[in-house]
Design a binder for this molecule. Structure first.
Ligand SMILES: [Fe+2]
Ligand SMILES: [Fe+2]
Length: 180
């Protein structure tokens, strides 16, 4: 398990791992790996990315890094497909945060700070102002991670197209030689 754009397994980061290892033992959280999220990533990978960078940034800012790691991993704990869930389609930004907080609270002891981070991570698309500095951090980290995941996806696509073009360019003279 690695966060995007990092080299080491998260278990090698003692402090970060110690904050979230119990959440990683929950099969419902691991189930998020089977759900596509944005484009080209899973909901689990996105949550892990947000958890890691939220932890790093909050630690750097001397905020609550433990809650940052835990809320990051739980902020998108929902199991529906936003494109096919008719009842929720138009209310997804606010609704999935509500559902994630409910799901997280049913499985873990969630502090008031973590609850605020999960509930308002979509701000300003949700009506309530965040109550904590950490919540403002997660709103930014969530959007940055989504952009990074999208960029990584398009970089992978471009690399594939490049390789394909090179292979066809090399193949054409070889075929021509054989025909002559
Ligand atoms: Fe979200
Ligand atoms: Fe998210």
């Amino acid at each position: 398990m690695k966060a995007i754009f990092t080299r080491n397994d998260i278990s090698e980061n003692g402090e970060f791992y110690s904050y979230i290892y119990d959440i990683l033992e929950c099969k419902d959280v691991l189930e998020l790996a089977n759900h596509a999220h944005h484009i080209g990533t899973s909901r689990f990978q996105h949550s892990l990315n947000v958890s890691y960078y939220n932890y790093r940034l909050c630690k750097f800012l001397h905020l609550n890094a433990r809650s940052a790691a835990r809320a990051g991993l739980l902020h998108d704990l929902f199991f529906y497909d936003r494109k096919t869930h008719e009842k929720i389609q138009n209310r997804h930004p606010a609704e999935h945060a509500n559902i994630a907080l409910y799901n997280a609270s049913m499985r873990f002891a969630i502090t008031e700070l973590e609850g605020d981070m999960i509930l308002n991570h979509m701000w300003p698309l949700t009506p309530h102002l965040p109550r904590h500095a950490e919540t403002y951090v997660i709103t930014v980290v969530d959007k940055l991670c989504a952009s990074a995941e999208l960029s990584a996806y398009f970089m992978r696509k471009l690399a594939k197209i490049k390789v394909h073009k090179q292979l066809t360019a090399n193949a054409v003279p070889a075929v021509r030689e054989r025909c002559e």
